[in-house]
Ligand binder design. Structure first.
Ligand SMILES: *Cc1c(COP(=O)(O)O)cnc(C)c1O
Length: 347
């Protein structure tokens, strides 16, 4: 175990922090938007931080030992990052993923020697992962339960500590809002707790797919499950309220139609000169909404959000016209709207 923790710490010591990128809106000179670029981690998404924390948590709890097969239920990104750490530690890793998962994510899991076990519907992942762990005498990591507690929210280079440190020399160093999505709910829990613990005047807004249960649960705690699928934005939006989603730490939630998320992902990709994933689009859509509201009230300040993963992973899905057409997603109208926001500051 000491050896394994040492390997992870050495990997961390070799790694650089991720960038905080300004996203300019020239029509709004008093409002600054930034994106925390989590796509620049070695495994390409914000799940790199989570996977590191989950492995350290599993090792220190005595749940992961030499030779323990490690199993996870994941829509892809977490499994990619966990496969990286499992390979580093010489452990067998099996990802239970929905069949609909983007092919480049499957390839990336396999690139790090991970195995994939497919299920037909996202709702089947949890039981299948537990059953595999029972059969193999392995450990089911269960990101959806443990994300919020495996991450040390007070500090230890969590995403929130990094954001506030990188904002230090900006005109408005304490963000009015931090906007993020919820998949496990771990990111919103960490940011919200960190901001409160440090008594920052920062509020947390979760940008949630229209089809997701999270915003419904936030508005009415008796809603905990949905029958219909939560949409096609990978990484965020769920049909069941995950244990790591902590609604009391979230100040505001906005529901975003998938077509708007995708339009915003296209727009921000063009503006930054590189592709961003769909959940980044969901975030940017809500940043535009909040920035326009602040401007209308004559407020100045900053908004920080997250560039969650690299859009190259979605070349065959949200960046493919045929795929969009087959899904019946018309992104032209929302694209005009988000594009006009960047030109005029109005939304
Ligand atoms: C997991 C994920 C999120 C949401 O983060 P959580 O901390 O799990 O709530 C957003 N975008 C992408 C691409 C993700 O993989």
């Amino acid at each position: 175990m000491n050896w394994a923790i040492g390997r992870i710490e050495a990997d961390f010591t070799r790694s650089a922090d991720t960038h905080l990128i300004p996203l300019p809106v020239p029509a709004l000179p008093d409002i600054a938007i930034y994106l925390k670029d989590e796509s620049s981690h070695p495994t390409g998404s914000l799940k790199h931080r989570l996977a590191r924390s989950l492995f350290l948590y599993g090792l220190c709890n005595g749940w992961i030992c030499e030779g323990t097969p490690v199993i996870e239920a994941s829509s892809g990104s977490t499994a990619v990052s966990e496969a990286y750490f499992a390979q580093m530690l010489g452990l067998r890793f099996i990802a239970v993923v929905p069949r609909s998962t983007a092919k480049p994510k499957i390839d990336a899991i396999q690139f790090y020697s991970g195995e994939c076990h497919f299920v037909d519907a996202p709702g089947e992942m949890y039981a299948a992962a537990q059953a595999l762990a029972d059969d193999l005498g392995g450990h089911y990591i269960d990101q959806f339960t443990f994300a919020e507690r495996a991450t040390d929210w007070r500090a230890n280079n969590n995403i929130a500590e990094s954001i506030f440190a990188q904002m230090a020399r900006e005109p408005h160093p304490v963000p009015r809002w931090i906007v993020c999505g919820a998949g496990t709910g771990g990111t919103s829990a960490t940011i919200g707790r960190f901001a409160r613990y440090n008594r920052h005047d920062t509020k947390v807004c979760v940008a949630d797919p229209e089809g997701s249960v999270f915003h419904r649960h936030w508005a009415d705690r008796s809603v905990t499950r949905l029958e219909h699928p939560s949409g096609c934005i990978e990484g965020i939006g769920r049909q069941r309220v995950e244990p790591s989603f902590l609604p009391d730490v979230v100040d505001r939630m906005e529901a975003v139609p998938d077509a708007c998320s995708i339009a915003a992902a296209h727009e921000v990709s063009e503006r930054l000169g590189r592709r961003c994933g769909g959940s980044t689009g969901t975030n940017v859509w809500v940043c535009a909404m909040i920035a326009a509201e602040m401007a209308a009230r004559g407020e100045a300040g900053s908004i920080v959000s997250i560039l969650c993963d690299d859009g190259v992973r979605y070349a065959d899905t949200i960046f493919d016209d045929g795929w969009l057409e087959a899904k019946g997603l018309d992104v032209a109208e929302p694209r005009e709207r988000i594009s006009a926001f960047f030109d005029t500051g109005k939304f």
